[in-house]
Write a protein that binds this ligand. Structure first.
Ligand code: HEC
Length: 216
């Protein structure tokens, strides 16, 4: 019994030593590897952060204010397989879009058969609604027959919307309203600048003193 117990302890010790040895060896090799892995993980996370930031980009009115109809005409190349835009143009897979900005959603356009999904949305095509629609037609009007994935770039949507607007609508663009939070930040920024300027002036005026006490 005592013999067996000793054998057991012996094996246990042996196993412990082997385990220690293995972990020492493996940590030497794997730590280097992990370091590598962690470095690589950094990239996708950075990318995700960038994407998140893009979501909180400029507001639609701000984008429209700087949007470019001729850039929008180039974006519209993605639409021409289904839509015409010139006045009196024929309907195709999609309706002619002349003067669509500000018009009733799914208004009868030369007898175009809109889906009930889009007809049920109701109201007029405002800049905001067009932006939502063009971001993802399927999300905006589930069941729509416009089989187009959408324009994911807010700038592309703004450009194409001002282009649509230039074709028969010419509605005034929505006013850019600065968000209160931004206002405060801007005001704070100005204050900080003024303080910084004052400090710089003070520094320039009392260089000798500053040299004596550079920390202040
Ligand atoms: C694959 C064909 C196709 C493409 C590409 C396409 N559309 Fe459409 N579009 C349609 C169809 C079909 C409808 C009608 C949707 C419905 O009735 O549900 C529609 C409807 C619309 C409407 C609503 C018209 C109205 O009078 O209410 C607008 C605006 C529009 N499309 C703009 C665009 C723009 C801008 C693009 C390009 C960025 C585009 N579409 C790309 C097929 C397309």
């Amino acid at each position: 019994m005592a013999d067996r117990f000793n054998t057991f302890i012996g094996w246990l010790l042996f196993a412990g030593i082997v385990a220690l040895g293995l972990s020492a060896i493996s940590s030497r090799y794997f730590l280097a590897d992990k370091h590598h892995e962690i470095e690589e993980w950094g990239y996708p996370i950075e990318g995700a952060e960038e994407e998140g930031g893009a979501d909180e980009g400029p507001s639609l009115p701000a984008l429209l204010a700087v949007a470019d109809p001729s850039a929008g005409e180039r974006v519209f190349a993605k639409c021409v397989s289904c839509h015409t835009i010139e006045q009196g143009g024929p309907n195709g897979i999609g309706a002619n879009l002349y003067g669509v900005v500000g018009e009733e959603i799914a208004a009868p356009r030369g007898g175009f058969e809109f889906s009930s999904a889009l007809k049920d949305v109701g109201g007029d095509w405002t800049f905001e609604k067009l932006d939502e629609w063009l971001k993802s037609p399927r999300a905006y009007a589930p069941g729509t027959k416009m089989s187009f994935a959408g324009l994911s770039k807010p700038e592309d949507r703004a450009d194409v919307i001002v282009y649509l607007n230039s074709m028969g609508s010419n509605l005034p663009l929505p006013e850019v309203q600065e968000e209160p939070a931004e206002d405060e930040a801007a005001a704070e920024g100005e204050e900080a600048e003024t303080v910084a300027e004052a400090e710089t002036e003070a520094e320039e005026g009392a260089e000798a003193e500053l040299e004596a006490a550079p920390g202040e």
